[in-house]
Design a protein around this ligand. Structure first.
Ligand code: HEC
Ligand code: HEC
Length: 335
């Protein structure tokens, strides 16, 4: 009886079509019209001329061949990169640069994740920052000046495709481009990526009373030295003195721009949550942030170990500092 349908090709095709159609409506069309699929992105703004010029560099250099710009709503991706991509984020993106190949990481949440100076170093020489990276060097971009008239022409075309008032560059903005390089533009574009989406907040609250469970044990300090070298030295310098000009000195008595150190719990919160954790710590720090959130990358033990190392270094330098001061004030200026 049920087998009859197989002998009626027309009815069978019709029934199959209806079944597939119902499935499509339920899984695709219906969600498309639900409000939560169209999250309003209050912060979304069009590119500035500099950012747009950087986007052109991104396209020209084929960065898309190795990088995607869309975080899929999968747990593993959200944990690694941050909030999944929203439809509205691509409103100004013509053409989309989603890509489909991830030789390097997804870049949809790259903006605000690292300071400009880090990108300048990384783009000029990726291996200097990530030793085993296979990303090519783009140092030549720092020599290439931008052409304001070309940038203006491209900007105008894209602006004409959106309702008025969304692309707001003035003549002065275009004129300023002649002082900028393609490297400046690419970095500005990199920082634009993901700007419209609230960045993931540090998980959990900040407990300043939290003590370092590893204390100052020599094993923890040794392990912390290794963690620091592999993860932190690029920005904070080999000894944590901030000599790279990318990130602050960890050995002085200033913490996030305010004089006065903070307890281990604050270090833990900042290293785990990155610059996003600043608000909870009540200190301003750098206006653009840029401290990486290591919560998803390092184990809690590694984070505590690196704090043990920082504390050991700080204690070591405090012991040496008074001695230095004394020699500087030797009578007769002799050292
Ligand atoms: C041959 C493949 C390849 C190409 C081409 C390439 N990248 Fe990469 N990129 C990588 C790899 C691999 C990494 C991870 C290692 C590293 O940090 O260098 C990376 C890392 C990055 C990062 C840091 C991401 C993060 O959060 O760690 C940025 C930003 C970036 N690339 C931007 C670009 C831009 C912009 C271009 C084009 C000018 C480009 N890449 C071209 C492979 C590539
Ligand atoms: C991509 C660059 C980068 C990396 C990598 C990085 N940091 Fe930072 N770090 C920063 C920046 C930038 C700030 C300032 C953040 C701010 O003010 O919002 C900062 C601030 C800090 C502070 C506050 C110190 C102060 O005096 O203001 C601590 C502590 C810290 N980082 C520890 C670490 C540790 C530990 C690691 C490695 C696990 C690390 N950082 C890796 C960029 C980096």
């Amino acid at each position: 009886m049920a087998g009859d349908i197989y002998r009626k090709p027309v009815s069978f095709a019709l029934m199959a079509a209806v079944t597939v159609l119902v499935g499509s409506i339920v899984t695709m069309a219906y969600p498309m019209f639900r409000a939560e699929m169209h999250e309003k992105l209050e912060k979304l703004r069009a590119f500035t001329p500099l950012e747009l010029a950087g986007r052109d560099v991104y396209q020209r250099e084929g960065c898309m061949g190795c990088h995607t710009q869309t975080v899929r709503p999968l747990r593993s991706e959200v944990l690694r990169y941050g909030d999944y991509s929203k439809a509205g984020e691509f409103y100004f993106d013509r053409p989309f640069l989603w890509g489909s190949k991830r030789t390097g990481p997804d870049l949809a949440r790259e903006g605000g994740k690292r300071p400009d100076a880090w990108h300048a170093r990384h783009y000029a020489d990726p291996q200097a920052v990530t030793p085993r990276s296979n990303m090519p060097r783009y140092a030549f971009l720092a020599q290439a000046r931008l052409d304001p008239s070309e940038a203006r022409a491209h900007y105008r075309v894209l602006a004409s495709l959106s309702p008025k008032g969304q692309w707001t560059a003035t003549d002065a903005d275009f004129a300023a481009l002649s002082q900028k390089t393609e490297m400046d533009a690419l970095i500005a574009y990199t920082q634009w990526l993901g700007h419209a989406v609230q960045r993931r907040q540090a998980a959990g609250g900040v407990d300043l009373a939290l003590a370092n469970p590893l204390g100052d044990s020599p094993r923890a300090v040794a392990r912390g030295a290794k963690v620091f070298e592999e993860n932190c030295a690029v920005c904070h310098g080999a000894e944590g003195h901030g000599e790279t000009q990318i990130a602050p000195n960890l050995m002085d008595d200033t913490f996030l721009g305010v004089k006065g150190d903070m307890p281990d719990g604050a270090y833990f919160a900042l290293v785990t949550g990155g610059s996003d954790a600043k608000a909870a710590l009540g200190r301003p720090g750098l206006p653009d942030g840029g401290m990486t959130a290591f919560g998803g990358q390092l184990s809690n033990d590694d984070i505590w170990a690196v704090i043990s190392w920082i504390r050991a270094q700080q204690a070591h330098e405090r012991k040496e500092a008074p001695a230095l001061e004394q020699t500087e004030h030797l009578p007769g200026g002799k050292h």
